[in-house]
Design a protein around this ligand. Structure first.
Ligand code: KG4
Ligand code: ZN
Length: 338
């Protein structure tokens, strides 16, 4: 192995996906994700079950990632892992595994902030164009809705965030009210394609500055459904496509209102999106439409938008290059700031 080249093994276990990736410098050699179907029956992630599933998945997932990359543990240069934010029991599994492996192999350990991962996923080298600093990172997932000013690989400042629910929760909880399974986001996306987005107007919640609020929206959807179902018990079935399209249309409107404000206020018109909700086809379409207005917009490939370890690997790589490694005293941290 060439000593000039780094091989980083990365682990992500902040929520309900156990993931391991191997990177050769900034390129992905393997990216393995084991999901946890156990949560579907509960309509959301159950922390205790997630942590137990991580424990049974982690060894096979790491083995598979090494095998797919065509390297062995001895070839590794460093181990990166998600330190937080996330569920404590889930984070602990990845953190303990990463620490033990780094200790056993006597190689550096690198802690990574999960949200840095979502943002730096844009820099996984697949020969594509990458965002230039400074840019606005917009992370939208089941746990987050943030607008982040990104100055370099390590310097990120949250300039807008949700005050209550994340946008992914707004998708999932609205879908649950319509009888859709978990996660409902992708189903709302699909069903919207045949619906009228303007059929049922929902209110746009008010939140100060660049912040978001989705809890009022959720309540508005609930009251609307209850009112209509009282008049017609088949209302949801008969109008499912239009309801989904209207929900999606409103969520997109809420999302972009603040992104537009952030671009205007910061004067930064490079916008890079990440997180599971950026898989939404309506959001992608709307984002790329701003290119005609002179913005530079970016969405990473699908495999790197939802939770994955490749994004932790690329963040670890940039930290490694700049000498930011962690000591063995490092611990998982469910609530860490950027
Ligand atoms: O980033 P992610 O995989 O996990 C975290 O929450 O960290 O995001 C999952 C979220 C879920 O709320 C899911 O419903 C949403 O992403 N999602 C979507 C779509 N695909 C995934 N929401 C709307 N449209 C989609 N196509
Ligand atoms: Zn995430």
């Amino acid at each position: 192995m060439d000593p000039q080249i780094s091989y980083i093994l990365a682990i992500e276990s902040s929520c309900d996906d156990t993931a391991c990736a191997i990177l050769k410098d900034d390129q992905v050699l393997s990216n393995v994700v084991a999901g946890q179907e156990i949560h579907i029956q509960y309509g959301g992630v159950v922390p205790e079950l997630a942590s137990r599933a991580h424990q049974s998945h982690i060894v096979p997932v790491v083995d598979q990632a090494l095998k797919k990359a065509g390297i062995t543990k001895k070839d590794l240069t460093a181990i990166a892992f998600t330190r937080g934010p996330g569920l404590m029991g889930s984070l602990l599994v990845g953190a303990s595994f990463a620490k033990s492996l780094a200790l056993a192999l006597d190689i550096p350990l690198i802690d990574v902030h999960h949200m840095h991962g979502h943002i730096l996923a844009h820099f996984i080298n697949e020969g594509q164009e990458v965002p230039q600093f400074p840019f606005l990172g917009v992370t939208i997932s089941g746990g987050h809705t943030q607008i982040i000013k990104v100055t370099d690989y390590h310097k990120m400042e949250v300039i807008g965030t949700t005050q209550d629910d994340a946008i992914g929760e707004a998708f999932d909880k609205s879908g649950k009210m319509l009888g859709l399974g978990y996660p409902a986001g992708p189903q709302i996306d699909q069903l919207s394609k045949k619906g009228d987005p303007k059929k049922f107007p929902f209110p746009i919640p008010k939140a100060p500055n660049l912040n978001y609020s989705f809890s009022g929206f959720k309540t508005a959807v609930l009251y609307f459904i209850q009112r209509e179902v009282k008049k017609n018990p088949d209302f949801v079935k008969e109008n499912l496509h239009d309801i989904c399209a209207s929900i999606q249309h409103t969520l997109i409107k809420i999302l972009f209102q603040k992104i537009e404000k952030a671009v205007k206020e910061t004067g930064i018109n490079t916008v890079a999106m990440g997180g599971g909700v950026s898989a939404n086809s309506g959001i992608r379409l709307r984002l790329t439409s701003y290119n005609q207005k002179g913005w530079n917009t970016f969405v990473p490939p699908f495999a790197y938008t939802t939770d994955n370890a490749a994004m932790i690997g690329i963040s670890g790589y940039f930290k490694y290059l700049d000498g930011y490694t962690a000591g063995m005293e490092i611990t998982a941290s469910p609530r860490i700031s950027m």
